[in-house]
Design a protein around this ligand. Structure first.
Ligand code: HEM
Length: 350
């Protein structure tokens, strides 16, 4: 018997307690249960498109931010929120001004997209997973904080702690929105309450996987804090030039070991996952590949004494991709998505 106890769609005790009979006609839809299928088809397509684009825009934002720092363009627009008092600073435009201006434009578009997502998830809350408005509101609050940190970055003339906080908030946003996107994909692929159930029930997450997954998430984010703190103080450059501030570089190099090992172990552990969750394995192995690439990039950028900006920026890009992959895994695996039913039990579709 397949129970429709999906926490994603349950609406109070009625949805939770109403099982779909096996080899029998489903009961006539109650008003609450019939809410699910009423989600407009256009919205079923548009929402994952919106969240998928948001993940791409956020990763791009991190990369543009990194390029802006490496090109020393952080103060290319000396005022905020406008740039040289204009929406489009035509006269002052050069590569540095463009980078800083484009970074702000992308951030503005991300803010608008998140506002749209929040609005839609509240307007259609009765027909969408219960967690969606909360996730969307959390992301919106983070983007507002990020705007404030962006302003402080300029007004405090690139103070290191603010620049680091700005990078970490961006990476937490990548993590959250990537998780949200994957959860939404799974939720929309699930059979809806009151509909004639289709497809396989979501697999049950093994306990060891739930315990293992947060470890690389925390260690990678911690490693990014060290990397961001080092980069915003130009510690590596100072260490090479004057032998100063080398402790940050040492801490980041040492931090790479546990972070990389935990991601590699996750990839290794994913080989033991059951077949129905092949996508988790794909994501975990992608994470393992990315972390190896990240270490190679880190070592290379050091060997070249940070003389090649493209490698330094790629190091930041891969960090953002790694965080997005870990967020995707969190979104797919986090408790609340899986249903407390046995896979492969049959439902009579009438
Ligand atoms: C799990 C592995 C790693 C992660 C997630 C990571 C992440 C990061 C991040 C987020 C930054 C800040 C980028 C910026 O603001 O421009 C950074 C900077 C840096 N990382 Fe890593 N990193 C890792 C491993 C390594 C390794 C193994 C090395 C070298 C042995 C390394 C060397 C550097 C250097 C030199 C910088 C400073 C770049 C600059 O000042 O512009 N990283 N890292």
């Amino acid at each position: 018997m397949v129970s429709l106890q999906s926490p994603l769609f349950s609406r109070g005790s009625l949805a939770v307690d109403t099982p779909l009979p096996v080899r029998a006609q489903p009961p006539p839809p109650t008003p609450e249960l019939s809410i699910g299928p009423a989600l407009p088809h256009s919205l079923r397509r548009a929402l994952p498109l919106l969240t998928g684009h948001l993940v791409v825009a956020l990763v791009a934002l991190v990369v543009i931010g990194g390029t802006t720092r490496v090109m020393e363009a952080g103060l290319a627009c000396p005022d905020w929120p406008l740039c040289y008092g204009a929406l489009l600073p035509g006269h002052q435009m050069n590569l540095q001004v463009f980078l800083e201006w484009f970074h702000r434009l992308d951030a503005f578009l991300v803010g608008l997209a998140l506002l749209t997502l929040s609005g839609l998830s509240v307007a259609y809350r009765a027909r969408l997973p219960r967690w969606l408005p909360w996730f969307a509101a959390g992301a919106l609050a983070l983007v507002a904080a990020q705007g404030l940190l962006g302003a402080l970055t300029v007004l405090q003339l690139l103070q290191a702690s603010t620049v680091t906080a700005h990078l970490i908030t961006a990476l937490v946003l990548v993590l959250l929105v990537s998780a949200l996107h994957q959860r939404l994909l799974v939720a929309l692929a699930e059979p809806l309450p009151g509909s004639r159930a289709q497809g396989l029930p979501a697999p049950v997450t093994p306990l060891w996987w739930r315990v293992l997954l947060p470890v690389p998430v925390v260690l990678v984010l911690g490693q990014c804090v060290l990397g961001g703190a080092m980069a915003s103080q130009w510690s590596a450059q100072l260490c090479f030039a004057a032998g100063e501030a080398c402790s940050w570089l040492l801490a980041h190099r040492l931090g790479a070991y546990p972070a990389a090992v935990s991601v590699l172990l996750l990839g290794l552990g994913s080989l033991a996952l059951p077949k129905p969750v092949a996508i988790w394995r794909g994501l975990a192995l992608t994470g393992s590949g990315l972390v190896l690439l990240q270490v190679v990039l880190g070592v290379t950028t050091l060997r070249l004494e940070l003389a090649v900006p493209a490698i330094t920026v790629t190091h930041q890009f891969v960090a953002a991709l790694l965080v997005a992959v870990l967020g995707a895994l969190l979104g797919r695996t986090w408790p609340g998505l899986t249903r407390s039913v046995q896979p492969n039990l049959e439902v009579d579709h009438g």
